[in-house]
Ligand binder design. Structure first.
Ligand code: AMP
Length: 370
């Protein structure tokens, strides 16, 4: 019987991005201590942590140093070498564990896993010639937000397309004519209990998540089917913590799994404000072995990401956000607002999600216009 780690315990976080930051804020509110490993002592998570170990995410000495000063380790990113996690597991519990990361962090292994457990996904292969165009090449490792992806249309020349992958191993999959992208964000506790958030409906721009609305407009049977797929994945993996499963919904009603994220997720940011328990508190609860909190939505919500492009002429005019009583502003403390970089997000709390979406678009246009 594993005992729960109560407030006062120290949580180690590998990677210091915005996910770690939002979890750290919540964890500290609950009385936990946070120590983060990141190459930058000024990273988003370090700014709100009790301690920082400066080092790369594959720096064994730095990771061991972190492991020796914490009670449990969790992750801000799935791009931490699974072998290193396995070694850290000999020092302190790592949740989710090395075996989960080994399956997720390589797209090839993830796709083989989904095939093995019989879940639907886009037709894929390691052999470009076997997938009809249009298709998409995706690097096996460290690709996110559409990075490391190249679309092959009928007329695309193969050699320059391959050159964009810089020799990285890849998989190729068919381009899916989806009607909608959704994600199921859930948490699985240490004892296997599951809490599922209202399904999120996602809109991307240039391969980066632009807006999420929740709850998704889905028929009950389809929603139940999506939830069943996500629960099956979490259970087969033996996952502990929050997990997101992104899916494509097709016109004929089928759902295809696109990607699994073994951590809190951008499409779950709306839960911070809209749900009784945010995904960040839920993650803390799961990895510390506490009972899970209530995932119920208290209101509908729309989340819109704030991308670095909005900073092109200096900090955006925040009064366009702050003047809205239903808006919650989150900024991640990143000091280099590069184009395409996620700098923050806004959640609009409104039961009328059509109206919230219209307001979100108007707000973003106003921020861009200045
Ligand atoms: P990913 O990094 O795999 O989540 O891809 C980022 C985004 O690219 C997805 O959310 C989709 O909008 C798009 N995308 C990825 N794979 C496919 C596919 N097989 N067919 C159509 N669109 C895709």
């Amino acid at each position: 019987m594993t005992t729960a780690l109560g407030p006062g315990a120290t949580i180690g976080v590998l990677g210091g991005g915005q996910l770690g930051r939002m979890m750290a804020v919540t964890a500290r509110q609950m009385g936990y201590r946070i120590v983060v490993l990141d190459p930058s002592p000024r990273c988003p998570t370090a700014q709100v942590s009790d301690g920082v170990v400066v080092g790369a995410l594959d720096d064994q000495d730095a990771a061991r140093h972190l492991a020796r000063q914490v009670d449990v380790i969790t992750l801000d990113t799935e791009h931490v070498p699974a072998d290193l996690l396995a070694e850290l597991e000999t020092i302190v519990p790592v949740r989710p564990g090395a075996s989960v990361l080994r399956t997720i962090q390589d797209r090839l292994v993830q796709k083989q896993f989904l095939d093995r457990i019989g879940l639907p996904q886009a037709t894929w292969s390691e052999d470009i010639a076997s997938i009809p165009r249009p298709s998409i090449l995706k690097v096996r490792r460290a690709g996110y937000d559409g990075k490391g992806q190249v679309r092959l249309d009928a007329e695309t020349e193969l050699a320059p397309a391959l050159a964009k992958l810089h020799g990285e191993p890849y998989v190729v999959e068919e381009v899916v004519a989806f009607t909608r992208e959704i994600s199921v964000v859930l948490a699985r506790g240490l004892g296997g209990e599951i809490a599922i958030y209202p399904i999120a409906e996602n809109m991307h721009r240039r391969h980066v998540l632009h807006t999420t609305r929740a709850p998704a407009r889905m028929a009950d049977d389809r929603r139940a089917h999506a939830e069943k797929i996500a629960v099956c994945i979490a259970e087969e993996l033996g996952h502990v913590g929050v997990m997101a499963v992104e899916m494509f919904e097709l016109a004929d009603g089928r759902l295809l799994v696109n990607e699994i994220a073994p951590r809190t997720h951008n499409s779950g940011h709306y839960t911070y404000g809209a749900c009784a328990t945010s995904q960040f508190e839920q993650h803390v609860r799961a990895v510390c072995g506490l009972p899970l909190g209530d995932p119920r939505a208290l209101t509908g919500a729309v989340m819109v990401n704030l991308i670095g492009d909005l900073w092109a002429a200096g900090p955006p005019p925040w009064h366009h956000v702050l003047a809205r009583p239903e808006a919650r502003l989150h900024l991640y403390g990143k000091d280099a607002p590069a184009p395409g970089r996620k700098m923050g997000h806004v959640v609009l709390l409104d039961d009328d999600t059509d109206r919230a979406l219209t307001n979100a678009e108007a707000m973003i246009s106003a921020l861009a216009r200045r």
